[in-house]
Write a protein of this length. Structure first.
Length: 92
């Protein structure tokens, strides 16, 4: 995995997309879109995207894309989990 730019280093939409994807891929259990947005915003402090509406939209787009390729599962009520860790929820 490459080094993900954070804070002031995030200057382009591609950098923002990389931050969002890295936040999602670091989730270890069930998560929500709002949690991803919040964690992403923490990584963007000092960036021009820190308070941008693009973050919310791009998180939604990324989750939808990952869902469409079976990389994340959704309960249909706003909770997601990476497919790699999905079996863990069935053991509880």
């Amino acid at each position: 995995m490459c080094k993900i730019k954070t804070g002031e280093e995030v200057k382009h939409r591609g950098d923002l997309q990389n931050v969002i994807t890295s936040v999602i891929l670091r989730q270890t259990g069930v998560f929500t879109k709002d949690a991803v947005v919040e964690q992403t915003r923490k990584q963007l402090i000092g960036s021009k995207y820190e308070s941008s509406l693009d973050v919310n939209e791009m998180v939604t787009e990324t989750l939808n894309s990952l869902f469409n390729v079976n990389a994340v599962k959704s309960d249909g009520h706003g909770k997601y989990q990476l497919c790699a860790s999905w079996p863990a929820i069935n053991k509880r």
